[in-house]
Structures are given as structure tokens and as C-alpha cells.
Design a binder for this molecule. Structure first.
Ligand code: NAP
Length: 288
């Protein structure tokens, strides 16, 4: 096996499957084929003997992680560490995908890859534990952090907004959390390039370009969806504060990632988040 991709059924896994570079022999495993919470992850991967591992699997239920932190840590910490140990024993490359949620969100400027992590919730803490285990087992691994991921496949903010905008008369959306919406297809191209490249031991940041609040993102989704006939009428969208939309998990207020080094290193196509959103909505329209 040349490339093993975990998390095949997720947003990123799905986009990785759509963007396999020519000539690459890639095998995609979903949770039933390789459960990162299972006891035998390292042995199973050793038996498959990939040359490259792209880890797109993760426990990603941010709010549920607050009450299921054991499971979140089993998958995002120990299971991810087992993948990295297998990669080390096979002398394989590994790209591990991580998150902006390892940062505390109090910065006023984009987070650099080397900046000190300080997660504010269980999900971010479990992902940080994964980063630590990957780095300890396989110092040459590429850790690629991303943020606010969406795609036509799977559940995400864009699809939730379309559903709510189609069924409600008015919507309040959090305006005091700032980040960068990121289309999983562009992310997949960056992951492929990182996996097939020769650089090692790097922590990279990849998101689409620009910044937005969830409110800005929602307004853009509505405008673009109306233009494409994915919504038939506009509803008022009100900016609200995080404290007026309580959730089990705290989230970083500001989680823009500094991508300067990554953009200099990778040739993967990069674009402003709004341009990427248009392409994703075009795809949704084709599917409809
Ligand atoms: N989504 C975001 O906004 C976001 C933001 C920053 C970073 N990231 C990171 O980006 C990566 C890809 O995220 P995504 O958006 O593609 O997430 P996703 O759509 O939730 O996909 C994650 C995949 O992991 C699988 N998975 C969950 N538990 C597993 C286990 N025990 N063993 C094996 N597989 C398991 C899920 O399987 P099922 O399909 O069976 O549930 C799912 O297919 C993750 O590392 C995530 O932490 C995501």
C-alpha cells in the first residue's frame, strides 16, 4: 500500500478521495475499517504497511467532547499516537491534520505555527494531545492545522445555515468569533502536497484566505445561495454575542491562523474564503 487515508467518510476524507493525484495508489479507511479508539491501531497499520499516512480521522464533535472527553482523547490523542508509532516503525511519512482550537483565541493577530497552544475546551485539548503524541513518535511528521472546515459532503455550518434560512423567518448568528472558513477541497490539495513532498518535521497552517465572523460567513452564504437559487427568499440575519448563544464548549474568540510560511512552501491553489464558498455552493447546486 502506498498511501493510507483515515477518516474516509469525513469532509476532508471525502475531498481527499476526489483529489487523488495521478499515479498515486491510495487506500481509504473509514471508522469501521480502522477505529482509532480501538485497541489494535498500531498493529493493523503495520500489517497494511503504507509508505504514507494521511490522518483525516478525528473525533470532531466540539460540544459533545465536553461530556465525552475520554472518547475524544482516545481517538484524537492515543489513537492518533498509535498511527504515528506505526508510521515510525514503517519509516513512513505522515500528515496529521489538527485545528485552530488548540489556541486560546485571545490573540489580536493571526496565530503563528510556533505560538504557545492553550486550548479552551476538551476537543482542542484532545487535538493538542494528538499533536504531542505524533511529534514524540514521529518527529518528521507534518502537522497541518486548519479551521472552520466545510464541504458539500457531511454536516457543517454552510449546510446548517441553508437549512435554517430555508425554514426560519429570522436568524441570530454569533458575530464575536473570528476565523477563516475553509473549503475541504482546497485543504485536501494541501494535504496531498504535504504528504507527497519531501519536507519533514513541520507544523503548517492551512486555511482559505481572509477572515470572517460566523455572522459575516452566514450573510455571505445567504447572498451566494440566493444568487444560485439554493434559497428562494432572504431572511434577516442578526449579529449576536457568543454569550447569547450558549454552547457546552467554549470556543476561541479569535482563531485566524498565520499561513505565510505554508503559502511560501506549498503550491496548492489558495483563494479567498468567499471564492471557495461560491465553488462549494455551485457543487451543491449541481447535486440538487
Ligand atoms: N470540521 C472543522 O471545522 C475542522 C476545523 C479544524 C480542524 N479540523 C480537523 O480536520 C480534520 C478533518 O475534519 P473533518 O471536518 O473532515 O471532520 P469530520 O467530517 O467530522 O470527519 C472526521 C472523520 O473521522 C471519523 N472518526 C471519528 N471517530 C473515529 C474513530 N474512532 N476512528 C476512526 N475514524 C473516526 C469520522 O467517522 P464517521 O463518519 O463514522 O463519524 C469522520 O468520518 C480533523 O482532524 C479535524 O480535527 C476540522
Amino acid at each position: 500500500m502506498q498511501v493510507l487515508v483515515t477518516g474516509a467518510n469525513g469532509q476532508l476524507g471525502h475531498e481527499l478521495a476526489r483529489t487523488v493525484p495521478p499515479g498515486v495508489d491510495a487506500h481509504f479507511l473509514d471508522r469501521t475499517a480502522l477505529d482509532l479508539a480501538g485497541p489494535d491501531v498500531e498493529e493493523r497499520v503495520l500489517a497494511l504497511a503504507p509508505r504514507i499516512i494521511l490522518n483525516a480521522a478525528a473525533y470532531t464533535a466540539v460540544d459533545r467532547a465536553e461530556s465525552e472527553s475520554d472518547l475524544a482523547f482516545r481517538v484524537n490523542g492515543a489513537g492518533t499516537g498509535a498511527l504515528a508509532r506505526a508510521a515510525a516503525r514503517l519509516d513512513a511519512r505522515m500528515v496529521h491534520v489538527s485545528t485552530d482550537f488548540i489556541f486560546d483565541g485571545v490573540s489580536a493577530s493571526p496565530y503563528l505555527p510556533g505560538q504557545a497552544p492553550a486550548p479552551v475546551g476538551a476537543y482542542g485539548a484532545s487535538k493538542l494531545e494528538g499533536e504531542r503524541q505524533v511529534r514524540a513518535a514521529l518527529p518528521g511528521a507534518i502537522i497541518l492545522r486548519t479551521a472552520w472546515v466545510y464541504s458539500a459532503h457531511g454536516a457543517n455550518f454552510v449546510k446548517t445555515m441553508l437549512r435554517l434560512m430555508g425554514s426560519r423567518d429570522r436568524l441570530g448568528v454569533v458575530a464575536d468569533q473570528i476565523g477563516t472558513p475553509t473549503w475541504a477541497k482546497g485543504l485536501a490539495q494541501a494535504v496531498w502536497e504535504s504528504g507527497l513532498g519531501t519536507q519533514s518535521g513541520l507544523t503548517l497552517h492551512w486555511t482559505d484566505l481572509g477572515v470572517a465572523s460566523w455572522y459575516d460567513f452566514a450573510v455571505a452564504i445567504q447572498e451566494e445561495a440566493l444568487e444560485r437559487g439554493l434559497l428562494s427568499r432572504a431572511v434577516p440575519v442578526d449579529p449576536i454575542r457568543t454569550e447569547d448563544y450558549p454552547t457546552p464548549a467554549r470556543r476561541p474568540a479569535y482563531s485566524v491562523l498565520d499561513k505565510t510560511d505554508t503559502l511560501a512552501l506549498l503550491a496548492a491553489p489558495r483563494q479567498h474564503w468567499r471564492a471557495a464558498l461560491r465553488q462549494m455552493l455551485d457543487e451543491l447546486k449541481e447535486q440538487a
